[in-house]
Design a protein around this ligand. Structure first.
Ligand code: PLP
Length: 410
């Protein structure tokens, strides 16, 4: 182990500042990565890898995209935070609301966690109800009330309900099965008049990628409207990735509130929540829902997000789709199935690809771990868990995709 790795394990729990970065599920030590450019990253010994982690989602244009780097430099040169609303916030918000018309008004925060937590607060205030329905294997950040049957690192580490969350808080969160409208309807009926919102990743991406069944999202819209509950789309991953207007455009379903993060910060820390103007006007200083942030809407972050959204042209979406299609078709492994929406995909060691968390959990995680290390040996870095999405960027050209397919077949 390098000296910095030894120090990291002393300084940080498990040597990491986010548990998904640890290689516990696949074994071994993560490489020490020191540079990224386009589709590739380099370790401290100068070895190059094709990267499918993409910082876990934000880097849709690839590493060190020139326009994004320039925007960050220029914003930093102009000074830091001024403690008043600035033009960068307005420009990024305009880009977001143009592409996602369901967002009439929004608030920037510093992480997806904060955004999801705040959206729930608004939903509870607007409906006067306390309960929330989420899906098994859905991940919405680590706010107390959302760490119930959570996906991502919590699924990888088998921590479905976190220690340290007060039982009465966890009890406010009801759980349903993804792609199973009957399980949602049952919860809504059992708790009639008490459910404030249903929060869902429209394409599940934190239990590995799970494609929504055709009737699932429209069904959620119908059930929530009928029961007077709000529908919250967590588009922290899908937003501006699966389509210019996110999953809500791709599937034609309009949520009441949307949670954003990752891509809108261009690789810097960010989150946002927004939606119907009447709901967002519940938020202080207009309304009684308190939510604040010292560094929210930071000019450097806004600049990186703006450059990223401007870089996401129709042509880029075509390339992302083509790259995803080519990779999915080329990953032809015995006993494995690919789930994909655009540039988001997971190779599940299970056939066919799962429809919910229960099926995802039945994947052969030992086979995934072997595959992961084989790919690493061949110079391809995947997210270190069966329960994460691979992120393709606009810099993953045909040669990169073909090299990945070759590595997978080796
Ligand atoms: C990453 C993620 C979050 C949390 O965002 P952070 O910025 O890590 O707090 C929330 N929801 C989804 C769907 C995510 O993938």
């Amino acid at each position: 182990m390098t000296k910095s790795r030894v120090l990291a394990t002393e300084l940080f729990p498990g040597g990491v500042n986010s548990p998904v970065r640890a290689y516990l599920a696949v074994g071994g030590e993560p490489p020490v990565l020191v540079r990224g450019e386009g589709a590739c990253v380099w370790d401290d010994r100068g070895r190059r890898y094709i990267d499918y982690v993409g910082a876990f989602g934000p880097l849709v244009l690839g590493h060190a995209n020139r326009a994004v780097v320039e925007a960050i430099k220029n914003a930093a040169d102009a000074g830091g935070s001024f403690g008043v609303t600035g033009p960068g916030e307005v420009r990024l918000a305009e880009l977001i609301t143009e592409r996602m018309p369901s967002i009439e008004r929004l608030r920037f925060v510093n992480s997806g966690t904060e955004a999801a937590m705040s959206a729930l607060r608004v939903a509870r205030a607007a409906t006067g109800r306390d309960l929330v329905i989420k899906f098994e294997g859905g991940y919405h950040g680590h706010a107390d009330s959302l760490l119930v049957e959570a996906g991502s690192g919590a699924a990888t580490l088998s921590i479905p309900g976190s220690a340290g969350v007060a039982a009465p808080v966890a009890a406010q969160t009801l759980v349903a099965a993804y792609n199973d409208l009957a399980s949602v309807e049952a919860q809504l009926e059992r708790h009639r008049g008490k459910v404030a919102a249903v929060i869902v990743e429209p394409v599940a991406a934190n239990m590995g990628v799970i494609v929504p069944a055709p009737d699932f999202l429209p069904g959620l819209r119908e059930l929530t409207s009928r029961e007077g509950a709000l529908l919250i789309f967590d588009e922290v991953i899908t937003g501006f990735r699966v389509a210019p207007g996110g999953a809500q455009e791709l599937y034609g379903v309009r949520p009441d509130l949307t949670v954003l993060g990752k891509i809108i910060g261009g690789g810097l820390p960010v989150g946002a929540y927004g939606g119907r103007a009447d709901l967002m006007d519940m938020v202080a200083p207009v309304g009684p829902v308190y939510q604040a942030g010292t560094l929210s809407g930071h000019p450097v972050v806004m600049a990186a997000g703006e450059a990223t959204l401007r870089g996401l042209t129709p042509d880029v979406y075509e390339r992302l789709e083509a790259a995803g299609e080519r990779l999915a078709a080329g990953l032809d492994l015995e006993g494995a199935g690919v789930a994909r929406v655009g540039s988001l995909l997971t190779l599940f060691f299970r056939e066919p690809a799962p429809r919910d968390f229960g099926e995802a959990k039945a994947s052969n995680t030992a086979a995934f771990a072997r595959f992961f290390h084989r790919m690493l040996d061949h110079g391809v870095i995947l997210p270190p868990s069966q329960f994460e999405a691979w992120f393709i960027s606009a810099a993953h050209d045909r040669a990169v995709i073909d090299a990945t397919i070759e590595a997978a077949a080796a």
